[in-house]
Design a binder for this molecule. Structure first.
Ligand code: FES
Length: 62
């Protein structure tokens, strides 16, 4: 099966199936969840995974 990645509007990338992410520091992060959320706002406290912080960023005054 081909992997699927969906962009969540204003939020993370949702990756179907097991995933392995190697961050720039060389650390390998693995998830066996059915769907994993990858942070793309850069503000997550548990990068590379989304922790929901992007929701707070969206509410900042512009
Ligand atoms: S995308 Fe959710 S915390 Fe960054």
């Amino acid at each position: 099966m081909t992997g699927r990645i969906r962009a969540c509007p204003g939020g993370p990338l949702l990756v179907d199936g097991e995933v392995e992410v190697t961050t720039e520091d060389g650390v390998v992060h693995r998830s066996t969840r059915p769907v994993s959320a990858l942070c793309r706002c850069g503000a997550s406290g548990r990068a590379p995974w989304c922790d929901g912080t992007h929701k707070l960023l969206d509410r900042r005054p512009t």
